[in-house]
Ligand binder design. Sequence first.
Ligand SMILES: *Cc1c(COP(=O)(O)O)cnc(C)c1O
Length: 375
Amino acid sequence: MEASFKEKKLFTPGPLCCSRSVKEAMLVDVGSRDSYFVSCVKEIRPSTSWRLLSEAEYTAIPLQGSGTYCVEAVLQTTSPRQGAKVLVLANGAYGRRMGQMCAWAGLEVRLEEFPEDQRLDLAKVEALLRNESFTTVAVVHCETSTGIINPVEDVARLVASLQPGAAMVVDAMSSFGAVPLDISGSGIDYVVSSANKCLEGVPGFSFAICRTKHLLSCKGNCRVLSLDLVDQHSALERSGQFRFTPATHAMLAFRQALREYASSGGLEGRAKRYQENRSILRVGMKRLGFRELLKEEDAGYIITSFHFLQHERFDFPKLYSRLSDKGQVIYPGKVTNADCFRIGNIGHLFPDDVRTFLGHLEDVLKEMGLPVPLP
Ligand SMILES: *Cc1c(COP(=O)(O)O)cnc(C)c1O
């Protein structure tokens, strides 16, 4: 380890902090065909969907790579080689990224952009669905670029009634496992998340929860071998093995992360901890003079965007690096029309970590010569 390295708390959209026991679960080398590893995959796949779903209806498919890889895999896999048309509903950077994926793949796409500081407008979505037909509709649950929670179940119900043939795809990367989502009840066909968000595994792979019947109708669609979820699924079903080198260590860590998830109260437990993190953060930030970007009814409890302080001494790069020196990592904003930054509540962070963070933030503001709290 480099002498200068000091472990930090990550108040970011990812990568995120993991428990020591999750990291320790990686301290073994295991072959991908070893029965020990195959049984690990066997434990992970059904429990990824976490009894939120009926196993008869949905199947979980892990895929090597970060979350983006799996979103791209779903968009590719659900788009027929002829006549595909994807509707992407975007109110932030992750939504726009799905539009970019379609464009790069040469898929016909309608990227419909909405204001970044508001939830998707359902009346507009309905009008779009009445006017044009699509093979896939894609939407982001928690748009991590701001923290907004989109009404994806309502969008899915509209798609089910107006375009029952379209695949309904939800990027629930930063919310899955911590924000309730009625997947089968609202008619969602695909949900994508990754190992290192709310389930608190280490980064290295992502997964898609797929309505099995729909997935099996997608054979031959994918234009990229490594991203073909139908092929990935059939290999896993046939032999319990991956087609290409799996992220073995990351999967061992994930199995431990899922066990810890279950023993700490599952979705309710995680939601409660993140909500507590957020409420301590909100009170503390408000006291220091920070204003939030979003209205309370639009904001979730995954990550919060704050406006820069309106003061000549406020300097975000300086704030960032001084906080980082104190072991606290925050994140720049990702909206196009406002100067803001983000503080995440997810990963292995607890209310005491948030209190410690707020103390460091106050110290840094004072060091920078800002009056605290700002009048
Ligand atoms: C983190 C995240 C992703 C995936 O990003 P990767 O860097 O590829 O893991 C996609 N969508 C959302 C909403 C996210 O929060």
